[in-house]
Design a protein around this ligand. Structure first.
Ligand code: FAD
Length: 372
């Protein structure tokens, strides 16, 4: 029997594995995929996540495989600035930088650091039942028992559905394409991300390594959305967007719906706890979903320093994390809607331009600061 099982080797499960290892606890991670090959090319690890990776001794390694990003600019179709958020001062304050990186690079580093021997691939959880301990049944026929379970199995979490029996998926009505390509961006975008807002559509890109650019495109859903030609759809955007799209091979593009999880009242039950998207999936508009799963793992680690009783840790964990996570889920949803307006965009852009930089900085600081 294992003492601790983690279901899911996404960024949340892998970070938690690293934290438990630091505490010398025995655990096994069960992952349904046959290899650590995450969906989606690039990801931004913001300063909150990078502070945690620093404590895990991984900061320099992640920085060396990714690209430091000191700010994000929002612009209109013709690249006229709507808002700029520079994080250099906050990066100095928290002694960590935002890093854009290939997801596979990041997840492999996390897996390597905790030891591949602690991860069981090809183990898709089918059924979880509480008898005295938790009984886990996997699709490959393997069965095991354990005392403590962490559900890090993403937005469609079986752990959540079968034990907590809560949570419904909310669809934002937007389709999202993500891709990566070898592309030489103009120098000014070397360490700044750009997001371009049009009418009912958005395009963003960021450099993730010396040669690679990660991009995403969102379009309001309609009956043609799945079949649209991206180059045609973004023809009224600056030519840089078309060049990036046209340089991308089809096999390097994926398509998803934008969804989140309606807040659930409790993330834990006896000897079981959800983390990351399984507990509080958010839309990606603040680039914080994975960062929040990393913060979850970190807070569990901090609580373990004082106390080894998992049930009281789970209760305390939710008390500490709830407010920040709810704030992000709510604001990210709103930003997603405003950024995809189809009418009144000039007014929106005017109002956005009049928001003082200090307000922006305050909001960003609130997100980048760790709670413990
Ligand atoms: C378009 C887009 C862009 C994004 N950009 C960013 C960004 O820049 N920064 C950021 O911080 N976040 C970003 N996010 C959010 C981020 O991807 C998620 O929040 C993050 O991946 C959640 O991590 P997780 O480990 O909780 O869940 P997941 O990444 O979903 O991992 C869950 C793991 O569990 C496994 N699993 C599922 N079911 C089972 C089962 N039954 N048995 C065993 N294993 C199972 C899955 O295979 C998977 O490996 C973005 C999301 C989207 C959609």
């Amino acid at each position: 029997m294992n003492q601790i099982s983690i279901i899911g080797a996404g960024i949340g499960g892998l970070t938690l594995g690293n934290i438990l290892k630091q505490h010398d606890l025995d655990f096994t991670i069960y992952e349904s995929a046959s290899e650590i090959k995450p969906v989606g090319a690039g990801i931004m690890m913001a300063v909150n996540a990078m502070q945690i990776f620093d404590k895990l001794g991984l900061k320099e390694k992640i920085e060396s495989k990714g690209n430091k990003i000191h700010g994000i600019c929002i612009a209109d179709e013709k690249l006229k600035t709507i808002s700029t958020t520079n994080v250099l001062a906050l990066e100095k304050k928290f002694n960590s930088c935002n890093v854009a990186i290939h997801r596979a690079e990041l997840q492999n580093m996390l897996a390597e650091n905790l030891g591949f021997e602690n991860i069981q691939l090809n183990h898709s959880l089918q059924q979880i039942q509480k008898i005295e301990n938790y009984h886990l049944k996997f699709e490959n026929g393997f069965e095991t028992e354990c005392e403590i379970v962490f559900g890090a199995d993403g937005i469609h979490s079986k752990v959540r559905n079968q034990i907590l029996k809560a949570g419904s998926i909310r669809n934002a009505g937007q389709k999202c394409w993500r891709g990566f390509t070898d592309f030489n961006l103009p120098e000014k975008y070397s360490h700044h991300a750009l997001e371009i807002w049009g009418k009912g559509k958005r395009f963003g890109f960021v450099k993730i390594s010396e040669r690679k650019v990660y991009w995403y495109a969102l379009v309001n859903e309609n009956k043609f959305a799945e079949k649209i030609d991206l180059s045609e759809t973004f023809r009224d955007f600056d030519s840089l967007v078309l060049e990036i799209l046209e340089s991308t091979r089809k096999e390097n593009i994926i398509l998803n719906d934008i969804v989140d999880l309606t807040p659930i009242p409790k993330w834990y039950a006896e000897n079981i706890c959800l983390i990351g998207d399984a507990a509080h999936a958010t839309t990606p508009n603040m680039g914080q979903g994975a960062c929040q799963s990393i913060e979850d793992a970190y807070v569990i680690g901090k609580l373990l320093e004082k106390n080894q009783n998992f049930n009281s840790i789970f209760e305390e964990f939710q008390k500490i994390r709830r407010k920040k996570v709810d704030y992000i889920v709510k604001n990210s949803w709103t930003i997603g809607k405003i950024s995809q307006w189809e009418k009144g965009n000039q007014l929106r852009n005017f109002l956005m331009r009049s928001i003082p930089e200090s307000i922006n900085q305050k909001m960003v600081e609130k997100i980048l600061k760790l709670e413990l």
